[in-house]
Structure formats: structure tokens, C-alpha cells
Design a protein around this ligand. Structure first.
Ligand SMILES: Nc1ncnc2c1ncn2[C@@H]1O[C@H](COP(=O)(O)OP(=O)(O)OP(=O)(O)O)[C@@H](O)[C@H]1O
Length: 153
């Protein structure tokens, strides 16, 4: 049975809190499998429509494969995986935010829409730069030593 609670907000007014269903949602996933399917639909949408997401996915695949080939330690592997995933996660959030902004303001110019989109793009940029640095620190030394070893044969 659905339970509703009216919570007094500190800024005045009330927030409607429901224990199980979100009443304002057009549809709520009835089970975990369908939830997963919606999440996968989001990832597929980003992959098909966002060139940057495809680039990040390709770079992440290369970085993780290199890590396996170079036999870096499990902790290093975890760091490379996490930083690569972070870039893709932020790209997904950037795509979500762009959609919400476009839904709100349509094709009209709004200074706040610009701030929202620019900041979301900035978050992706910073995570990509950090991932590049992390990959350089972890992958380049063993890669260079492998190339050096191959060169000496
Ligand atoms: N409605 C708007 N009002 C004001 N500025 C906007 C608006 N829509 C987009 N812009 C500006 O145009 C830029 C590009 O918008 P767009 O929606 O293509 O985002 P993007 O980050 O370039 O997309 P992608 O991540 O797909 O490359 C934004 O970063 C923002 O500066």
C-alpha cells in the first residue's frame, strides 16, 4: 500500500514524499530486469548518438586492454578502470542534462541553459584530462619498457 508523507521544507512549502512509487513519473520500472533494460537503453542511446561517448568507450577499451597486456597490478587496473568509467559516466550525465535543458528551453537561447551545458561539458573535460594523466602514469612506464625490450632483441 502506497504511503504518502507531506514533509515541511525548510524553504517553505511542502515536498510530497512517497514510499514506493513516484507519482509524477510517466512510468516506473516494475522490476529490476526492466530497470536494467532502461539503463541499457540509455547507454545504447549515448553510444549511437554521441560521438564523444564512442571516443571515450574506445579509449577506455584500449586502456583496459593495455593494462591486461602489460600485466599491471590489480590496484593499478582498478584505478585505470575507475577513471575510464568516470569519463563515460560523466558523458552519460552530460547527455542527460543536455536533453533536460533542450526539453526545458527548446531551441531558444537562455543564459542559464548555456551555463548548465558548458559546466556539464567542463566536468567531462576535467575527468578526461585526469583519466589521461592516470593512464600516462600507470601505463606508459611498462609500455616503454616493453618497447625497449622488444627493440633490444
Ligand atoms: N539553449 C541554449 N541556450 C544557450 N546556449 C546554448 C543552448 N544550447 C546550447 N548552447 C551552447 O551551445 C553549446 C553546444 O551545445 P550542445 O547542445 O551541442 O552541447 P555539447 O556539449 O556541444 O554537445 P555534445 O556533448 O553532444 O558535443 C553549449 O555548450 C552551450 O554553450
Amino acid at each position: 500500500m502506497k504511503e504518502k508523507q507531506m514533509i515541511k521544507s525548510p524553504l517553505g512549502g511542502y515536498n510530497l514524499k512517497t514510499s514506493s512509487l513516484r507519482e509524477l513519473a510517466w512510468q516506473v520500472a516494475p522490476n529490476l530486469l526492466i530497470s536494467f533494460r532502461y539503463a541499457w537503453a540509455g547507454v545504447s542511446y549515448a553510444f549511437v548518438t554521441q560521438r564523444n561517448f564512442r571516443i571515450h568507450a574506445a579509449i577506455a577499451t584500449i586502456a583496459i586492454s593495455l593494462g591486461l597486456i602489460l600485466r599491471i597490478t590489480p590496484v593499478e587496473m582498478a584505478i585505470v578502470t575507475l577513471t575510464s568509467a568516470l569519463v563515460m559516466v560523466l558523458e552519460l550525465l552530460n547527455t542527460a542534462l543536455e536533453s533536460v535543458v533542450d526539453l526545458t528551453v527548446g531551441q531558444s537561447y537562455h543564459e542559464l541553459a548555456k551555463i548548465a551545458k558548458d559546466c556539464a561539458a567542463g566536468a567531462v573535460l576535467i575527468s578526461a584530462l585526469a583519466a589521461l594523466l592516470v593512464a600516462s602514469f600507470i601505463l606508459l612506464p611498462p609500455l616503454f619498457s616493453l618497447i625497449f625490450q622488444l627493440g633490444t632483441f
